[in-house]
Design a protein around this ligand. Sequence first.
Ligand SMILES: *[C@@H]1O[C@H](CO)[C@@H](O)[C@H](O)[C@H]1NC(C)=O
Ligand SMILES: *[C@@H]1O[C@H](CO)[C@@H](O)[C@H](O)[C@H]1NC(C)=O
Ligand SMILES: *[C@@H]1O[C@H](CO)[C@@H](O)[C@H](O)[C@H]1NC(C)=O
Ligand SMILES: *[C@@H]1O[C@H](CO)[C@@H](O)[C@H](O)[C@H]1NC(C)=O
Ligand SMILES: *[C@@H]1O[C@H](CO)[C@@H](O)[C@H](O)[C@H]1NC(C)=O
Ligand SMILES: *[C@@H]1O[C@H](CO)[C@@H](O)[C@H](O)[C@H]1NC(C)=O
Ligand SMILES: CC(=O)N[C@H]1CO[C@H](CO)[C@@H](O)[C@@H]1O
Length: 679
Amino acid sequence: PTANGILEADYPPAFLGCFRDVFVDSRLLLPVIAPEGSHIQANITVGCSDKDKCDDSPCQNRGRCVSQGWRGYLCECHRPYEGNNCAEEYITARFGNKDLESYAVFSLDDDPGDTVIISMFIRTRQSSGLLLIMTNTTSQYLRLWLEVGMIKVQVNNFETLVGRAVINDGHFHLVTLKLEGVVATLFQSAQSQGFIPIRLIQVHPGDMVYVGGLPDSRASASFGGYFKGCIQDLRINNKRLQFYPISTPVESYNLEQLISVAEGCSSDNACAVNPCLNGGVCYSMWDDFICNCPPNTAGRRCEEVKWCELSPCPAAAMCQPLSQGFECLSNVTFRLGSSIPQYRSNGKIKRSLTSVSLSFRSRRLAATLLHAHKDSNYLTVSLLNSHVVMDLQVGGDKDNVSIQSQTQFSDGKWHTVKLSLETQASTSSWIMVVDGGKEAISMPKTAVGDLEFLSKEADIFLGGLSLNAGVDLSGCLGPVEIGGLLLPFHPDTELNLPRPQEEQFLRINSNAPLLYGCWGASVCTPNPCRNEGVCEDLFDLHQCTCSSEWTGHLCQDSTDPCISGPCLYGNCVSLPGGYKCACEQGYSGEQCEVEVDMCEKSNCSHGATCLKGFQTYSCLCPQNMTGQYCELPRLPVSTCTGTRWNYSCFNGGSCSEADDACYCLPGFAGQWYDMHNDS
Ligand SMILES: *[C@@H]1O[C@H](CO)[C@@H](O)[C@H](O)[C@H]1NC(C)=O
Ligand SMILES: *[C@@H]1O[C@H](CO)[C@@H](O)[C@H](O)[C@H]1NC(C)=O
Ligand SMILES: *[C@@H]1O[C@H](CO)[C@@H](O)[C@H](O)[C@H]1NC(C)=O
Ligand SMILES: *[C@@H]1O[C@H](CO)[C@@H](O)[C@H](O)[C@H]1NC(C)=O
Ligand SMILES: *[C@@H]1O[C@H](CO)[C@@H](O)[C@H](O)[C@H]1NC(C)=O
Ligand SMILES: *[C@@H]1O[C@H](CO)[C@@H](O)[C@H](O)[C@H]1NC(C)=O
Ligand SMILES: CC(=O)N[C@H]1CO[C@H](CO)[C@@H](O)[C@@H]1O
C-alpha cells in the first residue's frame, strides 16, 4: 500500500492467484466480505475462478485474443482497429472532398532507426495524386504518389519503384513501404510489388511528413496534384500519424497542419453534374457514378448513340456506326454516261487529312478513280496502264509527288487502295498500300504536306476529272474515305435520319442519280458462246464453258478433228487425240495432200520417157521401140506397091503382091495401111 510511503516499484508485482484458510494467530482472515467502499481490500473476489477470459471472445473486429491466464487477456487487433477490445477504428481522413486542395503535415520527434516502415490504407478512384513526402530541411528524401493508378516510390530523389497492381478501384488497399537499410520493398495488401536498392536514408527528429499534398500546389502538381480519396491508419513503424485522434491512447507523431482534410470517407456526389447523356439515369457510387443508359445508347456516359439501330440508311446500304454518328455504305457502278458525284467539305472538318482510301473494281487500263482540286492544288488517284497512281500537288506548283503501284490491278476484282502520309520528325512520305501489301512509297519530302486543301473549298469528284469531262471509269467504287471521313454516295434526302456527325463531306450534286450496287456490263446476254456454250460473267468479261465437242474462246472450234476435213484426198478417221487420213490412190502424206509420182516406179523401159498423168502414166518410146512400156522393138515398115493400091505393112509384116495385103508376123494382126486414105 502506497499510503505507507513505500514505493510500489520496490516490490515485485502484486500476487495473482488464490488463498484460502489464511489464519493469523488462529484467526481466519480470509475470505471476508468487505463492506462497500472500504479500503481494507481491493481487487479480491470470493472464490477461485481460473476461467479463460478469451472464452468470451472479447476482441471485436476479428481481433485475436491472447489469454493472459488469471491476469486477463490481450487483443491483437487487425488494422485499422485499436483499443483493448479492438472496438475502436482509426478515423479515416478524406482528402480532396469536393475537389478541394487538401493536405496534412506531421513532424517527427524521434529517430525511427535504420528500418523505416510506412504503411496506410488508401481508397481512391483517381489515377494520380500525391500521397506522402518525407523531407528534412534540405531535401525530400522520400516520395510516394499515384501514377496511372499505381503506387510510385522515389527515394533520395533518385531510385524509383512502381507497384504492379492498380489501387484506384475505389476499395481500401493496405500499402506498406519498407526501407530496410539499403533495400526498399513495396507491398500492397501483404503482396510484394518488388524492391530496389537504395542509398541509406536518415530520418531525424524535426523531419516533416506531408500527406496528400504540399502547401505549394505547383510542387504538388509534379506528383499528379493533390490526392483525392481517403487515408486511414497511417503509421511510420509503430507510431501513428493521426489526422483525427481516437480515444485509445496510442503513440503518435504530432499533427502540425490539417488543411481541408475532412473526417470520415464521404463521397462526392458525382451525379450532381448530370454526367449521363442522352437520357441516361445516374446512380451515385463512392466518388463515382454509373449511368443506366436507355436503349440505343452506350458508353460510360451513354454518350454513344447506336445510330444504326435506328435504321437510318436506305435498304440497299449498310449502316456503319461511328463514334458520333453513322455512315451508309454502298457500292456504286460507273458506266459511260453515269453521273459523277461531286463533294465538298462541310467546313467543319477539324482533323488533319493524312490518308485516302478507296475500293474499286474495273477492267479499264486507265481511269480516274478520284480527283480533287482547288487552285493549283490537286490530288488524283487513277489507274494508268493498270497500275494505281497517285498524283498530289499541294502548296503551289513547286512541289508535287507521284507514286505508282508495282502490281497491276485492272483485273475486274475488288481492290482496296490506302494512301497515307507517314510523318517522321521533319520528313514525310506518302505510302501506298493495296490489298494490305505495300506497293509504293514516295521519296521523303518535307514540303509536300497533308491534304488540308480538301477540308477547305476543294471540289472532289469520283470516276472522272470533272463534271464536264464526264465519267471515264467503267466499273465500281466501294467506300471512299479521306482522312477517315466517308464520301457519302447517298445524299441526306435518301436517309431516314440526317447524319449527326460534325465533320462531313457533302455531296454537292445530290440530285444526280447514282447506280447503287456493283453491276458489270451484260457480257452474257445475248450469249456470245456458240454451240450451246455456257457463258460466265467475270465482270466486264465473259468466259465460255464449252461442251466436250466444242472448244475455242467462243466454243467455235469442234473438238472432232475430222469436221474440218483435213484429209485432202482421202477419208478422215477420228482417233483419240487426233485423226488419221486414209488416202485415195495416188496420194500420200498426213493429209493426203501429196500426189504420188506415177513415174517413180514406172515400167517404161528401154530408155523411154515417162509421161505423168492422173493416176497413170504413159511411156514415150524411142524410135526403134514400141509397146505400152516400150518393151517391144519397133519392127520395120514395108511399103508395098500393089496392083490395085499402094500400102504399108507394119511391124515386120511383108507385102503380098498377089492379093494386095500384108502377111503379119505372129502376134500382130490387121490387113494393111492405105497410105492414100490414111486408114
Ligand atoms: C485494482 O486493479 C486495477 C486493475 O488492475 C488497478 O488499476 C487498481 O489500482 C487496483 N486497485 C488497487 C487498490 O490496487
Ligand atoms: C537530408 O536528407 C538527405 C538524404 O537522406 C541527406 O543527404 C541530407 O544530409 C539531409 N539533410 C539534413 C540537413 O539532415
Ligand atoms: C460492296 O461490294 C463488296 C464486294 O462485293 C461487298 O462485300 C459489300 O457488301 C458491298 N457493299 C454493299 C453496301 O453492298
Ligand atoms: C511537278 O514538279 C516539277 C518540279 O518539281 C515540275 O517540273 C512539274 O511540272 C510538276 N508537275 C506537275 C504536273 O505540275
Ligand atoms: C510393171 O509391170 C508389172 C508386170 O506386168 C506389173 O505388175 C506392174 O504393175 C507394172 N508397174 C507399173 C507401175 O505399171
Ligand atoms: C534401137 O536403136 C538404138 C540406137 O538408136 C540401138 O542402140 C538399139 O540397139 C536399137 N534397139 C533395137 C531393139 O534394135
Ligand atoms: C494404083 C496406084 O496408084 N499405083 C501406083 C503405085 O506406085 C507406082 C510408082 O511408085 C505408080 O506408078 C503406080 O501408079
